[in-house]
Design a protein around this ligand. Structure first.
Ligand code: ADP
Ligand code: MG
Length: 256
């Protein structure tokens, strides 16, 4: 483990579901403070890539490195199933994921949702965890919703609670999988604002998004994935302003 190693690095990664190879040799690196956006058509492998980083999926070849340490399950890294492994919990704590469908626990209040993992996974003192949870809920603008249940919140508020929950783990990087695509356009913007604030704070983030404006505004690097391969990668200016690949040109035209 070194300080100069990227927080998260994907090297030559291959991933198949049975006979279907969906990631076919992908390289991506996010250094500390980098925001990397992943764009691409539905089915191009974006979620699979994020899920591999969070160890929700195994992979067959290549490496995923957290601060230089191999973590992928291809026989060279952890090489272990997730359920029984402290290592996997440690990686999930450090690479905290925010899902498209929020994945809040319906039977818990918003405060309980945000406090749960710091207490049960990190072993934090309950009172301290509550202070932290309230601080992060304030930060995402829903400090007044602590005692509400998820179903009583709008989608945008639920997603902001999910972001507070991820932040409470004090992760080294945040992984977002289409965080705004389940939201109505007017609610999308409140989540976009939170993500922009996090980017401005220098958080390391890997963001799968269909929102090209968000990708253009917050990213250091934009990666266009096509059928499991990086088809084009560069700064937002390069990728959006000086597009090289015909496929990316077609994709961008279709998203306008
Ligand atoms: P994206 O997030 O870019 O839409 P996904 O990573 O979800 O793409 O899916 C990539 C490909 O892998 C698709 O062809 C999809 O059908 C397939 N796939 C995704 N998850 C599974 C799974 N659990 N089992 C089998 N095939 C899957
Ligand atoms: Mg997806």
């Amino acid at each position: 483990m070194t300080d100069t190693a990227p927080v998260l690095e994907i090297r030559g990664l291959h991933k198949s579901y049975g006979d279907l190879e969906v990631i076919k040799g992908v390289d991506i690196a996010a250094h500390r403070g980098d925001v990397v956006s992943l764009i691409g058509s539905s089915g191009s492998g974006k979620s699979t890539l994020l899920r591999c980083c969070n160890l929700l999926e195994d992979s067959q070849q290549g490496d995923i490195l957290f601060k230089g340490e191999p973590i992928s399950w291809n026989g060279q890294g952890l090489a272990r199933r997730p359920s029984d492994s402290k290592q996997v919990l440690r990686i999930r704590t450090n690479l905290s994921m925010v899902f498209q469908q929020f994945n809040l626990w319906a039977h818990m209040t918003i405060l309980q949702n945000v406090m749960e993992a710091p207490v049960t996974v990190l072993g934090r003192d309950r009172a301290e965890a509550e202070v932290e949870a309230r601080r992060y809920l304030d930060k995402v603008g829903i400090g007044d919703k602590c005692d509400a249940f998820p179903a009583q919140l709008s989608g945008g508020q639920q997603q902001r609670a999910a972001i507070a929950r991820a932040l409470c783990m004090e992760p080294q990087a945040l992984l977002f999988d289409e965080p705004t695509s389940a939201l109505d356009p007017e609610l999308e913007q409140e989540v976009v604002k939170v993500i922009k604030d996090l980017a401005a704070e220098g958080r390391t983030m890997l963001i799968v998004t269909h929102d090209m404006k968000l990708a253009a505004d917050v990213s250091d690097t934009v990666v266009f994935l096509h059928q499991g391969l990086v088809e084009e990668k560069g700064s937002p200016d390069e990728v959006f302003g000086n597009t090289q690949s015909e496929r990316l040109r077609g994709f961008l035209a279709a998203t306008r």
